[in-house]
Design a protein around this ligand. Structure first.
Ligand SMILES: [Fe+2]
Ligand SMILES: [Fe+2]
Length: 259
């Protein structure tokens, strides 16, 4: 385990990244924020790490798409999404700082992404992209929109609006890959991918959290849970089902979602 922190070396590498992260500097940082920001500081610190982990996930997706011989525009998009997620990580870290400072977080950087287990390169790529794009990113979009709507802060809601615009594209990549791979996925592969999606849903399901406050990026449980359940049905199970990948009913029921 290691203390989570973000650093830059600057020089040509900062100039290369500058156009992608310029929106962060344009956020209304001079906003007067409330004094009691403890839970939001914790949440934005964790969000910075989750975005960092999303960067690792898309780096793995890109590598597996290359190994599967996927279309190069899909590979390029996955590689490009690494940059999006790195920028999101910086934005989240800056928000934690603005709210009073990031909290200490011990993380394991060697376990950012669970390796896929399928036998063929194509199904391994599909496994990763189902987990990362078709489930993770697809659920993130409606949750972030809710978070944006209840933020109660122009700084936080503007940042969330910018992030969610990127996440929408991240959520679409999976469907495009599955449509390309359609003729190469047999029944066993589809059943495997359905189970992968079901497990990913359970892994991401809401857990009772302390306080369940709303605002500054936090969402109260009473609003979060139904949005998550509806998104699991509408944005995960349904699009996968249309592609012959059935999320097990038990997994959907476990997260309160309809089949
Ligand atoms: Fe992100
Ligand atoms: Fe994302």
């Amino acid at each position: 385990m290691t203390a989570f922190e973000l650093g830059v070396v600057g020089g040509p590498w900062a100039r290369r990244l500058a156009p992608r992260r310029a929106w962060i500097d344009e956020l209304p940082w001079d906003e007067q924020l409330p004094e009691d920001t403890g839970p939001a500081r914790v949440m934005w610190t964790r969000t910075a790490f989750n975005e960092y982990a999303s960067a690792a996930a898309f780096a793995e997706v890109a590598a597996h798409l290359l190994a599967a011989g996927a279309p190069i525009d899909l590979v390029a998009a996955a590689g490009d999404f690494v940059v999006d997620e790195i920028v999101h990580a910086e934005a989240a870290a800056r928000l934690a700082t603005a709210l009073g400072g990031a909290v200490a977080l011990e993380v394991d950087l060697e376990k950012l992404v669970r390796p896929p287990v399928a036998g063929s390169p194509l199904v391994r790529a599909a496994e990763l992209i189902v987990r990362v794009s078709c489930v993770g990113e697809a659920l993130t979009v409606p949750i972030l929109k809710l978070s944006r709507d209840v933020a109660g802060s122009p700084l936080v809601s503007t940042a969330l609006a910018r992030i969610v615009a990127d996440e929408s594209a991240h959520a679409q990549l999976g469907g495009w890959f599955l449509d390309w791979a359609d003729g190469q996925l047999d029944d066993d592969a589809r059943a495997h991918l359905g189970r992968v999606a079901g497990r990913a849903l359970r892994d991401l399901a809401p857990v009772p959290s302390e306080g369940c406050r709303a605002g500054l990026g936090l969402v109260d449980c009473a609003r979060y849970d139904p949005v998550f359940a509806a998104a699991a049905t509408r944005h995960v199970a349904r699009p996968l089902g249309e592609r012959g990948i059935v999320v097990p009913a038990a997994d959907l029921a476990a997260v309160g979602a309809a089949a």
